[in-house]
Every structure is written in C-alpha cells, then in structure tokens.
Design a protein. Sequence first.
Length: 146
Amino acid sequence: MAFLALVQAALAEALRSKIEGRPVISGSDDLIHYLKAQMAHLDTEQIRVLFLDVRNHLICDEIMARGSVAEAPIYPREILKRAIVLNASAIILTHNHPSGDATPSRDDILATKRLKKSGDELGITLHDHVILSSSGWSSLKELGYV
C-alpha cells in the first residue's frame, strides 16, 4: 500500500509539472490527466479548486471540502474568499463522483451557477466545473452551464 501511494504521489507531481508555468485551459488533456490522477478513484467526494492568475497560470490547487460517497459541500463564499486572498483572477472548480458516473447532478448545476454569479460580481472568472469519475469526466462549460 505504501509503495502504491508513493507511485501515485510521484505520478501526480509529474502531471502537475505539466500544467504549472503555462496557461491552464479547462478541458485540456494535461489538466484532465492531472485531475484524474488526483481524484477520479477516490471513494468519497472531494471538492478542489484550481486558482489561476491573470495569465491563467496555476497559483495553487487546493482541496476545499471533503464529503461522503454521494455528496460534498460547495461553498461559494469560502472559495471566493480564498481566491481573493490568493489574488486569483480565475478559478476552475472540480470534484469527483465515486459512483463512476460523471454526469452533473441538479445540485452540481445549481452550485456552479451560484459560484459563477458570485464570482462575476467580484471579478473572478469561473472557467469551468469539471466532474471526474473512474469512467470519464464532464465539463459544465461544455454542457452550457458556465
């Protein structure tokens, strides 16, 4: 188990290095590979946010919440507060679905719309909300919700 954890950490770091220092575009292959390595196979939901600067370079990637097998809280206030502290101009929200189905739920869509509206008021762009699972991923931007 320790060896597998070490291998997973090394893979995640290698994939992270591919997205650092250059613009992070939602839906890009490097970004999706990085996110899948980080969270697609978790057995509970995890909310992560990629905070980006004005050139869309990664400032940091933070876990903002952990949940159960079926849900995790998305708190726009906390996400945007952290974005302000980091001086981020844009964010990419992401979370996993342990069920294996990356289809957004009604709550996922509503939370995304709330976060986008609040971010727009503060000048913080929500580029996308990416949902990952063991069988694939979906982009709320591509689905027309962002």
